[in-house]
Design a protein. Structure first.
Lengths: 78, 345
């Protein structure tokens, strides 16, 4: 599974990236976490607020930092 | 909905029902409480500089923090009813002027953070929102900010707070309208109009009322957690000025009769990064010492509304000419408002 964090480098984006990596690691989820900073790439997902969280090319959240258990349930495909 | 979440929701309403009256009780009795602390607890001598500074601090700090918590909470809840997508949809079909008016108003209630300015700009432009209308939004969203509003209301009263909102709106409408009229689309970076934005219909999940409350609480945690320290420091500096700086000290520098004070205040304000939380209490103290309201208002709007970091971010999508036009028009608007208030008051 691929997980993308969309963000140009603001504080919230960094926080979300750190959080996602932590959740992935703690729960031994087989996922590749990638940070997307290119504007055109970010825009191609149609979001207007960063950070965005994309799991397997689906936008799960944007503009907010979701709670840990919410991220985990997305990662588990629930 | 299962039992656990039901219980949780009940708790949230309980919090509201108990906390709200408690808030009012505390807020309305703050002056008595502060006096009690200063007179009976600290036993400070009356009529000296230190006492004056300390009582100012003891009264103003909790007052502003209490207001901040309430307003940020309310704004946090209100913003759950708005999203950039909805705002874009509303603005899409709007012509100039009507569009500028709605964009400026929506700028107040749509969730916005300056780090999202670029995606927002692209999202608006590419879905057909006119450039001038987009600018009205981009000017109003950061300029009319809830923290500044609270501080103005708490330290200056509701009239100044209202003036701040209305002048902010007028500047956003006017600047956006002028930019639209000037037909500056050619100064938007070329790739912007070429990029095709995928219009993901991100399903607007139904939000329950208790989730809106949660959003409000989260906003308080995030915003108040970030700015409280600046508020305290700002009020402390303000208290120092209040107690020690002589009356009318600022009159010669930021007073009405000084014609250049407004433009200078605006120019100084541009590179200062918006920390409304720390600046407003200082400014309030200056006002007391003879600075004039128009000058002070102009300074604040320039600090909050025109920030250098945000302008630099915009460089990614705008050519330098357009940035210069944008900054000059907004600055001119603020200067006019500043003079106007100096004239009226």
């Amino acid at each position: 599974m691929t997980v993308k964090i969309l963000g140009t480098g603001c504080k919230k984006c960094q926080n979300l990236e750190a959080k996602v990596r932590e959740v992935v690691q703690q729960n031994n989820i087989n996922a590749e976490v990638e940070k997307v900073t290119d504007l055109t790439a970010i825009m191609s997902y149609g979001i207007m607020m960063t950070p965005g969280l994309v799991i397997d090319e689906k936008v799960k959240s944007y503009g907010t930092i979701p709670k840990d258990d919410q991220i985990l349930s997305w990662l588990r495909g629930e | 909905m299962n039992n656990a979440t039901l219980k949780l929701n009940k708790n949230k309403f309980l919090i509201l029902v108990i906390l709200l009256p408690l808030w009012f009780l505390l807020y309305l009795n703050l002056e008595k409480l502060a006096n009690l602390i200063v007179d009976s607890l600290l036993k400070l001598p009356q009529d000296n500089h230190l006492t004056s500074a300390i009582s100012f601090f003891i009264f103003e700090t909790p007052k502003v923090l209490l207001l901040l918590i309430l307003i940020v909470f309310i704004v946090g809840v209100v913003r759950t009813y708005f999203s950039p997508e909805r705002t874009r949809k509303i603005l899409g079909g709007k012509k100039l002027f009507a569009g500028n008016v709605s964009a400026s108003l929506l700028g107040i209630v749509t969730p916005f953070c300056s780090c999202s300015a670029i995606p927002l700009f692209l999202g608006f432009i590419e879905s057909g929102v006119p450039l001038g209308v987009t600018f009205s939004f981009l000017i109003s969203a950061p300029m009319i900010n809830e923290v500044a509003l609270v501080l103005l209301f708490g330290l200056f009263g509701w009239k100044t707070a209202l003036m701040y909102v209305s002048t902010g709106l007028i500047i956003a409408m006017f600047s956006g309208f002028v930019i639209g009229r000037l037909r500056l689309e050619k100064y938007v970076e070329d790739w912007v109009y070429k990029t095709k934005v995928e219009h993901l219909e991100i399903e607007a999940a139904k939000i329950s009322f208790s989730q809106r409350i949660t959003s409000g609480i989260d906003a308080v945690k995030e915003i108040v957690g970030k700015v409280w320290i600046y508020v305290v420091i700002g009020i402390a500096v303000g208290a120092g000025i209040h107690g020690y700086v002589p009356e009318n000290f600022m009159a010669s520098l930021m007073g009405k009769s000084v014609w250049w004070s407004v433009p200078v205040a605006v120019v100084i304000g541009i590179p200062m990064y918006s920390n409304a939380a720390g600046i407003i209490p200082i400014v309030q103290a200056l006002l007391e010492k003879g600075a004039s309201l128009g000058t002070v208002l102009a300074f604040m709007m320039s600090v909050i509304g025109l920030s250098l970091p945000e302008t630099i971010i915009l460089k990614k999508v705008l050519k330098i000419q357009l940035i210069v036009v944008f900054v000059s028009i907004v600055a001119a608007g603020i200067i006019i408002v500043g003079y106007l208030f100096n004239l009226i008051y």
